[in-house]
Structure formats: structure tokens, C-alpha cells
Design a protein around this ligand. Structure first.
Ligand code: NAP
Ligand code: ZN
Length: 349
């Protein structure tokens, strides 16, 4: 066992505070990682508030992890001490089911083991995330950071990035695809950058008029203010794909109306009930509504390579670990441009 420092949520809604964690002794297929950077996802806030009624406290959030290998188990073959590596939202899965065999571990029929607020499949101990000095993860769930990818900016790719990359690839977004992104936050800004890099015609649909210039600077061709009914009406039936990143219960009908013939609204934000959907809006134009959850290990590695190759980097506001409570408050108030990333060098009790 190795002791490490971490920041934990002691109980629902309570501020994060320092805590000491025991990381398990290395199993044969384990990799020990000194964490350099960890992104702050809106899901971390949902878990801290127990929004999904599944949080166990104390809870150490963090599933956008970048670091260096500090030790490896006896059977580890892909990594050695000093390698730059990454860990995302999952640290294990059954490895036997069809989705696992297809590299869609996020869809494991027994559910993947989440990086935090989960239970280790071997010893039943709770999993604790990346707001910490170090972590121990099964080799299979450790990703390689390509040399050309700037470590300081890579962390948000491990959740925000892969969560939008998965539907961008599944729906074959390419040159000419008319794609809209609802919500310009952590997921949304990565969707803009990646869709643009794939050649799509990108529109940001936002509640925040003051983000319009940023949206264009990030690569959007158009900006649509969702609170302006005339503009929304003018954009009716004009998108092939809409990625909806809104983090709370909301009304998707105004977005469904924007889908062109055969278009799909992909929900990737709200993991909760939505306002009722009007059936006619789905029938007209042969529209669909779908969901998408994270992404598998091969797709995540593909994304890291793509971002290194095309220099697609998240917009990171670096913070010290001690600033995390202020960052949570700002995220709650929709004041993030566009991902907080904790610099773990700041971590001290
Ligand atoms: P975020 O950085 O806070 O961004 C969310 C954006 O949604 C905001 O910037 C805002 O954009 C918009 N928004 C916020 N409240 C809204 C409201 N009430 N109505 C309409 N728009 C609103 O959050 P994030 O980190 O991108 O995460 C977004 C959601 O995705 C979270 O719920 C998170 O749990 C979920 N998530 C899902 C997966 C998955 O696998 N599907 C993975 C990771 C995260 P504007 O200011 O532009 O309107
Ligand atoms: Zn996340």
C-alpha cells in the first residue's frame, strides 16, 4: 500500500478537504501513476452534490487524469517507469462480454468500474479518483500520451474529449455535416474543436450571448442564441446532428425542431429525466433522439493520437488543488472557460 494525499468531498454539498488515501499494493497487471494534472468535470460536481443518489462519501472525484508511471507490476508489458500516461472515466470492466471484446468497455454488460465512486472488481474496495497525488490502475485501462501532446492541456480529453469524440465518430461527422452543439462548456467546446477538425459546419447553440465571440474563436461557423425564439425558428430543420451537453433537466423540443430530415439529437449531458418530448417533432422529418456514454479504450487512444496530430487542445484554466472549492462554485454558476485543470504540483496538506 502507498499513502497519498487527496482532496475529498466529506459529505454531500460539503466543501472538499484534504485527506490521506491508501492506494493498493501493485498487482501483477497494475501501473502506479504520479498524477500531474486532473481536469474538473461537471460530473464531479453532480457526484459531490449526490445529484444521482449514488455517491458514497468521502468521495475523491477526478476522471481526467494525466501523469507519469512511477512503478509497474510484474506482468506489465506496455509501460515503464517515466512514461507519460492517462486515465479516463473507467478503471476496469468484465473483459468477457461483447462490448468489452469490441473495445466498447464503457458499455460493458456488467457496467465498467468507474474511476471514482465505484468498487474494485478484485478486492471490493472503493475507487477514488484523480484529485490526488497518485493512482493505481490496471494496465489495460491506462492510455499512452503521444509525445506531441502537451501534457498540461491533455487532461480534459479523457472525459470531455472522448464523450464528444464517440458520437462524432459513430455518426460519421465529416466535411459537410451540419452539426450543432448545445452548451459551450467543457464537453461543448471540445465538440466544437473536434467537429471543426473533422470538417463539419459547426453551430454553437448557447444560453450565453457573451460566449458568441469565444464560440467563433474556437471554430464555430455560426452561433445561435437559444433564448431568441425568432432566431431559433429561422434555424428550423437545418442540422444533421445535434450534440446536447446541457447538464440538467431541460426541454429538448426546441432543439428537436432544429433537426433536418433524418437528423439525430444525441444526449450527452443530462443523466436524468427530461421534460416531455412532443412525438410529432420526432415524426416530422424522421428525426431521432439518442444518447451516448463516454467512449471505449481504443477510441480514447485514437482521440489522443488525433489531438496530438492535429494539435486540437482543450482550453484549460489551470488551478491549484486548494482552489477547487472556488472552481466548483464557478462551475455551478456557468463561469468556466472552458475546463478547470488542477495542477497537482500544488497539492499539499
Ligand atoms: P459544463 O462545463 O458546466 O458545461 C455545460 C454547459 O451547458 C454550460 O457551459 C452552458 O453552456 C450549458 N448550460 C448549463 N446550464 C444550462 C441550462 N440550465 N440550460 C441550458 N444550457 C445550460 O459541463 P460539462 O463538464 O461540459 O458537462 C456537461 C454534462 O455532461 C454534465 O451533466 C456531465 O455530468 C455530463 N457528462 C456526460 C458524459 C457522458 O458520458 N454522456 C460524460 C461527461 C460528462 P451555455 O452557457 O453555452 O449555454
Ligand atoms: Zn467527466
Amino acid at each position: 500500500m502507498t499513502e497519498c494525499l487527496a482532496y475529498a468531498v466529506p459529505e454531500a454539498h460539503a466543501p472538499l478537504a484534504p485527506m490521506r488515501l491508501q492506494r493498493r499494493a501493485l498487482r501483477a497487471d497494475d501501473v502506479q501513476i504520479a498524477i500531474a494534472y486532473c481536469g474538473v468535470c461537471h460530473s464531479d460536481l453532480h457526484y459531490a452534490h449526490n445529484d444521482w443518489k449514488s455517491s458514497a462519501f468521502p468521495l475523491v472525484p477526478g476522471h481526467e487524469i494525466i501523469g507519469h508511471v512511477t512503478a509497474v507490476g510484474s506482468a506489465v508489458s506496455r509501460y515503464k517507469v517515466g512514461d507519460a500516461v492517462a486515465v479516463g472515466c473507467m478503471v476496469d470492466s468484465c473483459q468477457h462480454c461483447k462490448p468489452c471484446a469490441e473495445g466498447q468497455e464503457q458499455l460493458c454488460v456488467t457496467l465498467p468500474t468507474p474511476t471514482y465512486n465505484g468498487k474494485d472488481r478484485v478486492d471490493g474496495e472503493r475507487t477514488f479518483g484523480g484529485y490526488a497525488e497518485s493512482i493505481v490502475v490496471r494496465e489495460k485501462f491506462v492510455l499512452r500520451v503521444p509525445p506531441k501532446l502537451d501534457l498540461k492541456h491533455a487532461a480534459p480529453l479523457l472525459c470531455a474529449g472522448i464523450t464528444v469524440w464517440q458520437p462524432l465518430r459513430k455518426y460519421a461527422v465529416k466535411q459537410g455535416t451540419r452539426l450543432a452543439v448545445v452548451g459551450l462548456g467543457g464537453l461543448g467546446h471540445m465538440a466544437v474543436k473536434l467537429a471543426r477538425a473533422l470538417g463539419a459546419e459547426v453551430t454553437v447553440i448557447t444560453t450565453s450571448p457573451n460566449k458568441a465571440d469565444d464560440a467563433r474563436a474556437l471554430g464555430a461557423h455560426h452561433v445561435l442564441l437559444s433564448k431568441e425564439p425568432v432566431a431559433m425558428q429561422a434555424a428550423a430543420s437545418s442540422f444533421d446532428i445535434i450534440l446536447d451537453t446541457v447538464p440538467t433537466r431541460h426541454d429538448v423540443n426546441p432543439y428537436l425542431m432544429l433537426l433536418a430530415r433524418g437528423g439525430t439529437l444525441v444526449l450527452i449531458g443530462a443523466l436524468e429525466p427530461l421534460e416531455p418530448i412532443h412525438g410529432a417533432l420526432l415524426m416530422i422529418n424522421d428525426r431521432s433522439i439518442a444518447g451516448s456514454l463516454m467512449g471505449g479504450l481504443p477510441a480514447t487512444q485514437e482521440l489522443l493520437e488525433f489531438c496530438a496530430e492535429h494539435q486540437v487542445l482543450p482550453e484549460c484554466e489551470m488551478i491549484a488543488m486548494q482552489d477547487i472549492n472556488g472552481a466548483f462554485e464557478r462551475m455551478q454558476k456557468n463561469d468556466v472557460k472552458y475546463r478547470f485543470v488542477i495542477d497537482m504540483a500544488s497539492l499539499a496538506l
